[in-house]
Ligand binder design. Structure first.
Ligand SMILES: NC(=O)c1ccc[n+]([C@@H]2O[C@H](COP(=O)([O-])OP(=O)(O)OC[C@H]3O[C@@H](n4cnc5c(N)ncnc54)[C@H](OP(=O)(O)O)[C@@H]3O)[C@@H](O)[C@H]2O)c1
Length: 339
C-alpha cells in the first residue's frame, strides 16, 4: 500500500488532537481525479468539524476542503481534465448524500470528483487558487439566496474575513451593487475600502443603531443578525451564513460546491478584477498546520489562511503516477500511523 504524509485526528477536540501521520494514497473512482496537492486554504468548518460531530465520520479524519494542485491520475469516465492539469476546488460536497470524505486536503494526494474542480487560472499561484473555492462559493450563494439584483445596496457584516473579503468584491464587481457598506475593526478599515467598499463601518466605534441609512440586502457573514438586522429595509432579505441564524427574519445560506462556479469567475480572476486575499501571516508551511489553525481560530484572519510547501511539492509527480493506476489500493486503515 502506498502511503503519504497527512494531518489527521482520531478523536474530536482542540487543535492539539491534530497529528502528522501516514494515510493511504487513494485510488480515484471512475469519475474522480487523483491530485497532488500544492496548496490548501483552511476554513472555520475544518476546525468546527474537528471540535465535534457536526458531520459524523469514522476516524481518522484528514481535515481540509480547499486545495489547488496537479492532476496525477484519473478515473475512466473523466473527460474534462488530463494528467498534468493544474486544478483547484473544494473537494467536500456538503450537499451530497452520504458522509464527507475522510481524506481532506491536508495531505499530499487527494481524490476529487471532476465536477467539483476547475482549471486554475494561469495568473494565479497555487496558493492564490487554493484560497478561493469554499469562501467564494459561500459568498456567491448568499447573493443567490437573497435574490440580489443589479443596482441594489448591500450591507455586509464582517468585510475582512475569508467570506467577507469576497462578498465585498463580488457585490461591487460581479453583482453590480449600487452601494457596498461593510463592517470591520479599526486596523482593517482601509483594507476593506481597498476591496471596493463604498463605506466601511468601524464596529468598535459605531453601533448599527447609529447608522441612519437602510439597505436592500443585509449579508451577515459573522452571525450577528440579532443586532445587525436594524440596518435592513423593512422587506429586505437578511442572509446569515452561520447556523442557527440569530434573528427570525434571517435566512440561512449554505454554499453550493461545484467547479462551474469557479469557471464563471475565471475572467474576473484573470483580469484582476477579483483579487485573492491571503492573510499576511501566511502562507504557512505544511509542517506549521497547527499554528495556522491556532491563528484562524482567533477569528481575526484577514482574507484566507493558506498552507503551502507540501512534502511532495518538489517530487516529479509523473514518475510516481503514470496514469489511472489501479494498483494503489483504496483502503483506509482502522488506525493510521501517527508520528
Ligand atoms: N454557511 C456556509 O456555507 C458557510 C461557509 C463558509 C463559512 N461559514 C461560516 O461563516 C463564518 C465566517 O467564515 P469566514 O471563513 O469568513 O471566517 P474568518 O475568515 O475566520 O472571519 C474572520 C473575520 O471575521 C471578522 N469579524 C469577527 N468579528 C466581527 C464583528 N463583530 N464584526 C465584523 N467583523 C468581525 C474579523 O474582522 P475583525 O478582526 O476586524 O473583527 C476577521 O477578519 C464562520 O462562522 C464560518 O463557519 C459558513
Amino acid at each position: 500500500m502506498k502511503m503519504q504524509k497527512a494531518w489527521l485526528y482520531e478523536e474530536y477536540g482542540p487543535k492539539e488532537v491534530l497529528k502528522l501521520g501516514d494515510f493511504p494514497v487513494p485510488t480515484p473512482r471512475h469519475d474522480q481525479l487523483l491530485v497532488q496537492v500544492q496548496a490548501v486554504a483552511l476554513n472555520p468548518i475544518d476546525f468546527k468539524r474537528r471540535q465535534g460531530p457536526i458531520f459524523p465520520s469514522d476516524f481518522p479524519v484528514v481535515p481540509g476542503c480547499d486545495m489547488a494542485g496537479v492532476v496525477v491520475g484519473k478515473g475512466d469516465s473523466v473527460t474534462k481534465f488530463s494528467i498534468g492539469d493544474e486544478v483547484y476546488g473544494n473537494i467536500q460536497d456538503f450537499n451530497a448524500k452520504g458522509n464527507l470524505k475522510r481524506l481532506g486536503t491536508l495531505a499530499e494526494y487527494i481524490v476529487v470528483e471532476e465536477t467539483l474542480v476547475a482549471l486554475k487560472p494561469t495568473n494565479l499561484s497555487f496558493e492564490d487558487a487554493a484560497s478561493l473555492p469554499l469562501a467564494v462559493q459561500t459568498a456567491i450563494e448568499g447573493f443567490i439566496t437573497a435574490g440580489f439584483k443589479d443596482g441594489q445596496s448591500v450591507f455586509i457584516v464582517g468585510g475582512a474575513g475569508g467570506v467577507g473579503t469576497l462578498a465585498v468584491q463580488l457585490a461591487k464587481h460581479f453583482y453590480g451593487a449600487s452601494q457596498v457598506v461593510a463592517t470591520t475593526s479599526t486596523p482593517k478599515v482601509e483594507f476593506v475600502k481597498s476591496l471596493g467598499a463604498d463605506r466601511v463601518i468601524d464596529y468598535t466605534k459605531i453601533k448599527y443603531e447609529e447608522i441612519n441609512e437602510k439597505y436592500d440586502f443585509l449579508y451577515d457573514t459573522i452571525g450577528d443578525c440579532k443586532n445587525s438586522f436594524v440596518v435592513a429595509k423593512d422587506e429586505a432579505p437578511i442572509v446569515d451564513i452561520t447556523w442557527p441564524p440569530s434573528h427570525p427574519r434571517a435566512v440561512y445560506s449554505s454554499l453550493t460546491v461545484c467547479g462551474e462556479s469557479l469557471e464563471k469567475l475565471r475572467p474576473y480572476l484573470e483580469s484582476g478584477t477579483l483579487k485573492v486575499v491571503i492573510d499576511p501571516t501566511g502562507p504557512y508551511r505544511f509542517t506549521d498546520v497547527i499554528e495556522a489553525f491556532r491563528y484562524l481560530e482567533t477569528g481575526r484572519a484577514r482574507g484566507k489562511v493558506v498552507i503551502s510547501h507540501f512534502p511532495s511539492k518538489d517530487l516529479p509527480s509523473h514518475v510516481q503516477f503514470q496514469s489511472n493506476s489501479k494498483i494503489i489500493p483504496d483502503i483506509v486503515p482502522q488506525k493510521a500511523a501517527v508520528y
